[in-house]
Design a protein around this ligand. Sequence first.
Ligand SMILES: [Zn+2]
Length: 240
Amino acid sequence: MSGTPRLSRRHFLLLGWFSRRRILHAAGIRFQILRNGEPVRKFVLIHGDEHTARRVLLERMRTRRPGWAFLVTQEERLVRLGALRFDPNRIFSREGAERNLRQLNPAVGEADLRLALQFFDREREKLVRALLPDRERLLVALHNNREGYSIGNEIPISDRVALNEPSCPHDFYLCTDPRDFERLAASPFNALLQHRPPPPDDGSLSRLAARRGARYVNIETKLGEEAKQRGMLQWLEDRL
Ligand SMILES: [Zn+2]
């Protein structure tokens, strides 16, 4: 026998094992990919310091229901790019990335800024291709907030609002598809539609999803509200 060595059954078993523990590295951000069967829906945790959302998503993936999850591997919120720092949920447009880099790195020189923006321009599509689901399928992002941010910040730039739980302004769905909004508005939870949000584009994934006509839902709850976020995810999964 000559040529390439034959793969044994054991090799294939090992390949299967590793294929369930993949890493995506794009735009300087590192994600662990957890895969249950086909990507019938996708989930993303993009802010490493949102521990409640991470726990809820890991727990959901352990149920073995089908779907793929992308979890940022670092535990800090901001990502380092050389000497610069950026918010990983502000790079989905050049305009948003530039504003974010200037804001977080006030001393940045114009040459370094241009290099960073060129880097994001090259890498953005790789990240978007991995995260956005096939047509008609759903992308679910999980976020946590603290004091200083609530549904009140989003209402002025939303197309439609269902204030089903006014006493919980930190907990809400934010979606990009009008049909998903119809269903989410009938839930016991707050819901927002941002189908055609006005400028400026902040570079977030929800803006990109709206622009490309992708179905995206953000499940946003206050940090620590684990039962609430689990309940909102469960409600969505049973009905969307
Ligand atoms: Zn977040």
